[in-house]
Ligand binder design. Structure first.
Ligand code: F6P
Length: 324
């Protein structure tokens, strides 16, 4: 292998820049060339490439987002799009790909490998932490810290006004952010997509804590929670069943995807980038590099895509006990 291409795809996450830096510098360390592919698979189709050397990635370890940009390419889902992408890689002399992204990005990479035998290694990057084969995805730790910091601020105003705050966090299909940040921020209740905790239970818990002297409360709700009500409908529901509380809603939104990566994410990105390049140099393909028991391990891409990440049930119990 003489030249490796690197791209970021799908929803961005803090730590992606640090991972690109690691891939580029590991290539330089092993005397191979590295090409940055802009805007994910869309840039591959359009030949939007740039040679990257160790000095091209100065001063980005601390930056959120991805300087290579990200996109969700519809054209790459077609055989014609993938053919264009393949032709561009061949013309550029790129012989293997490092794909930084989530399961949608890995699915594209796997398909590309099946059709063209092109070596692909994945690095898990998403704040949702919903990829099998790694205890942490890139950006998850940073997002948790961001959410906790913001909820701490909301707590100040919630307690000053004796209010109940319903706070929506990201997680269309996964409750990892809600559960961990919820416990970290001292939430009264946490609603997640993986488990239907029930609206009755929410009311009971709020009533119980009010009757035992709580004057304000924080409820953390994942975007994709199971109640079937969005956060504003939940507000109406709580207000009409429990008028003692003055309820406010905060939707944290995309701010959770931005910001400087935490030290944990920077170290993880650096380790994953080294392993991704060295796995390619060992002649392997179709693996994802991930963190398991504090070691960087390989998981077949297919498993990473299809496997389910489980919610840690111990955390549900801890959350329950804390809200007494
Ligand atoms: O990156 C995953 C995620 O953060 C989800 O939790 C969220 O629902 C989604 O991205 C939002 O994506 P978009 O930026 O396309 O609206």
């Amino acid at each position: 292998i003489k030249k490796i291409g690197v791209l970021t795809s799908g929803g961005d996450s803090p730590g992606m820049n640090a991972a690109i830096r690691s891939v580029v510098r590991t290539c330089a360390f092993h005397n191979i060339e590295c090409v940055g592919i802009y805007r994910g698979y869309q840039g591959m189709i359009e030949g939007d490439f740039k040679e990257l050397g160790p000095r091209s990635v100065n001063n980005i370890i601390n930056k959120g987002g991805t300087f290579l940009k990200s996109a969700r390419s519809l054209e790459f889902k077609t055989p014609e799009g993938r053919k264009k992408a393949y032709d561009n890689l061949v013309k550029e002399g790129v012989e293997a790909l490092v794909v930084i992204g989530g399961d949608g990005s890995f699915t594209g990479g796997l398909l590309f490998n099946t059709e063209y035998g092109f070596p692909v290694i994945g690095i898990p990057g998403t704040i949702d932490n919903d990829i099998y084969g790694t205890s942490h995805t890139l950006g998850y730790d940073t997002a948790l810290n961001t959410v906790v910091e913001v909820i701490d601020k909301i707590r100040d105003t919630a307690s000053s006004h004796n209010r109940l705050f319903l706070i929506e966090v990201m997680g269309r299909d996964a409750g990892h952010i809600a559960l961990n940040a919820g416990i970290g921020a001292g939430a009264e209740e946490i609603l997640i997509p993986e488990e239907d905790l029930g609206l009755e239970r929410l009311l009971d818990s709020l009533k119980k804590s009010k009757s035992t002297g709580k004057t304000s409360s924080i409820v953390v709700i994942a975007e994709g929670d199971k109640t079937g009500k969005n956060v504003f409908e939940l507000k109406d529901y709580v207000e009409s069943n429990f008028p003692e509380y003055d309820v406010r809603v905060s939707v944290l939104g995309h701010m959770q995807r931005g910001g400087a990566p935490s030290c944990f994410d920077r170290v993880l990105a650096s380790r994953l980038g080294v392993k991704a390049v060295e796995t390619i140099l060992e002649g392997k393909t179709n693996f994802m590099v991930g963190l398991l028991n504090d070691k960087i391990e390989l998981t077949p891409l297919e498993q990473a895509i299809k496997g389910h990440t489980e919610i840690d049930r111990e955390l549900l119990r801890v959350s329950d006990i804390m809200s007494i």
